[in-house]
Ligand binder design. Structure first.
Ligand code: PLP
Length: 416
C-alpha cells in the first residue's frame, strides 16, 4: 500500500492528509503556518521524501551506463518513473517522455529544437495574454533569432481566452501556438482541445504548458490532441529539478538535440557524432535520477487521492475564500470564471500587493505577492502586482478563514 492511500477521501480525512506533510505542522512568527503558495511550489508528502531517501540509501547509482547491478537497479527505477509519467499523461509510449529540469526547460527545448529550425523571417508564433514568462520568453528568443513575430491571443476581463479571435490570428505565417492549460494567476482552465482543433485545422502545432494543471485535473494528451505538453515535478507535490516534456513521437524523432554530452549519443568521433533516439537524444548528462523517483511517488500520491476528491475539495475551499474575500471593501478578484482552479488573485484598493503579502505573512499566512511571472497579464489588468492565494490538497477551511482574517487586518490597518 502506498503511503498516500490513507488520503483517499479528502474532507473527513483531511487530518490524515496533513500528517503526510509534516512541514505544515509548525508555527511561523508565532502563528500556525497557513501555506497558500502552492502555485509557486507545493510541499512534499512523506511518501515522496521516503521514496527518494529509500532509493538513495539502497539503489542509487548512475543510470544507463553501468553493467553493475546497482546501476541496473537505478536505471530500472528511473525508467519506471518514465513509464509512470507516460501513464499519468496518457501518452502512447514512455519513449515520448523526456525528463527535463522543469516546465521552463521543456519549453526552451521545444522552442530551440522544434520551432527555431522552422521559423523564417516574417513567420509568427502565437501565445496568449495569460502566459507565464516561461511560455513567452523562449518564443520571443527564437522569434528574435529568426526575424519572426510574436502574436498574442487576447483575453476577456473575466479571464477567458477570446477564441473568436483565434481563427484570424492563425495565418499562413503561424508556425507554432503555445498556450497554458491553466492560468497561474486567473485559475482559468483553457479549452485546450478546442484550441488544438482550430490550430491543427491551419496546420499549426500546439505546445500546452501544464505547470498549473497537473496537480488539479487529469491530463490526457491524446484526448487534448496537442503536440507537446510540459510540467514540473515541484508543482505536483514532487521535487524540484525534475519535470517532463511529452512530445509526439514523430516530432521528437525529427528534432535535433538541444544539448550535447553523455547519454544522448550513439557514436562519437572527432569527425562526427551520431545521436541516440528520443528520449535519450534530449537527455544529455546525468539526469536528476532521485528526482525522477520522487516524481513517480508524487504521481502515485495524487492518483491515490482521486481527481474527483481533489477537485471537490479545492473547489469548496476556493468558493469559501472568494465569497469571504469579496465582502472586504475595495477588494477585487482577478479571474472570475466559475470553473476556475484553486487560485485567487486579488488587489485591495489603496494597499500595495507587497504590503498585503507582508501583513498577511505576519499572521502566518504564506501567499504570493508580485507580478507572478506574468507581467503582460498585470498590464492587461492595469496593476503592477497582485496578491495570490493558491490551494493544495492539504489546505483546510481554517486556512481560508485565516487568509480572510489576515486580509481584513491589512484592510483595517490601511483604513485607519
Ligand atoms: N508555466 C506556468 C503556468 C507556471 O505557473 C510556472 C511556474 O510558476 C512555469 C510555467 C514555470 O515552471 P518552472 O519554474 O517549474 O519551470
Amino acid at each position: 500500500m502506498n503511503a498516500c492511500e490513507s488520503l483517499s477521501t479528502l474532507g473527513p480525512q483531511l487530518a490524515a492528509v496533513r500528517e503526510q506533510f509534516p512541514i505544515l505542522a509548525q508555527t511561523l512568527r508565532g502563528k500556525p503556518l497557513v501555506y497558500l503558495d502552492n502555485a509557486a511550489t507545493t510541499q512534499k508528502p512523506l511518501a515522496v521524501l521516503d521514496a527518494m531517501r529509500a532509493f538513495e540509501l539502497r539503489d542509487y547509482a548512475n543510470v544507463h551506463r553501468g553493467v553493475h547491478l546497482l546501476s541496473q537497479r537505478a536505471t530500472d527505477a528511473f525508467e519506471s518513473a518514465r513509464a509512470k509519467a507516460a501513464a499519468f499523461l496518457h501518452a502512447a509510449s514512455s519513449k515520448e517522455i523526456v525528463f527535463v529540469r522543469g516546465a521552463t526547460e521543456a519549453i526552451n527545448l521545444v522552442a530551440q529544437s522544434f520551432a527555431r529550425p522552422r521559423l523564417q523571417p516574417g513567420d509568427e508564433v502565437l501565445v496568449t495574454a495569460m502566459e507565464h514568462h516561461a511560455n513567452i520568453v523562449p518564443w520571443q528568443m527564437v522569434c528574435e533569432a529568426a526575424g519572426a513575430k510574436l502574436r498574442v491571443l487576447p483575453i476577456s476581463d473575466g479571464g477567458v481566452l477570446d477564441l473568436q479571435a483565434l481563427p484570424a490570428l492563425l495565418t499562413t505565417r503561424t508556425r507554432m501556438l503555445a498556450v497554458t492549460h491553466v492560468s497561474n494567476v486567473l485559475g482559468t482552465v483553457n479549452d485546450v482541445a478546442r484550441i488544438v482543433q482550430l490550430a491543427h485545422a491551419h496546420g499549426v502545432p500546439v505546445l500546452v504548458d501544464g505547470a498549473q494543471a497537473v496537480a488539479h485535473l487529469p491530463v490526457d494528451v491524446q484526448a487534448l490532441g496537442c503536440d507537446f505538453y510540459v510540467f514540473s515535478g515541484h508543482k505536483l507535490y514532487g521535487p524540484t529539478g525534475i519535470g517532463v516534456l511529452w512530445g509526439r513521437a514523430e516530432h521528437l524523432a525529427a528534432m535535433p538535440p538541444y544539448q550535447g554530452g553523455g547519454d544522448m549519443i550513439r557514436t562519437v568521433s572527432f569527425e562526427f557524432t551520431t545521436y541516440a533516439d528520443p528520449p535519450a537524444r534530449f537527455e544529455a548528462g546525468t539526469p536528476h535520477i532521485t528526482g525522477a523517483v520522487g516524481l513517480a511517488a508524487a504521481i502515485d500520491c495524487v492518483q491515490s487521492l482521486g481527481w474527483d476528491a481533489i477537485r471537490a475539495h479545492e473547489r469548496a475551499l476556493l468558493e469559501l475564500a472568494q465569497n469571504e474575500l469579496l465582502r472586504i471593501p475595495g477588494l477585487r478578484i482577478h479571474g472570475t470564471v466559475a470553473d476556475k482552479i484553486g487560485v485567487v488573485s486579488f488587489n485591495v484598493e489603496g494597499i500595495h500587493a507587497h504590503d498585503l503579502g507582508t501583513i498577511v505573512d505576519a499572521e502566518g499566512v504564506a501567499i504570493r505577492a508580485g507580478h507572478h511571472c506574468a507581467m503582460p497579464l498585470m498590464q492587461r489588468y492595469g496593476v503592477a502586482a497582485m496578491a495570490r492565494a493558491s490551494l493544495g490538497v492539504y489546505n483546510t477551511e481554517g486556512d481560508m478563514h485565516a487568509l480572510v482574517r489576515a486580509v481584513r487586518k491589512a484592510h483595517a490597518m490601511f483604513a485607519a
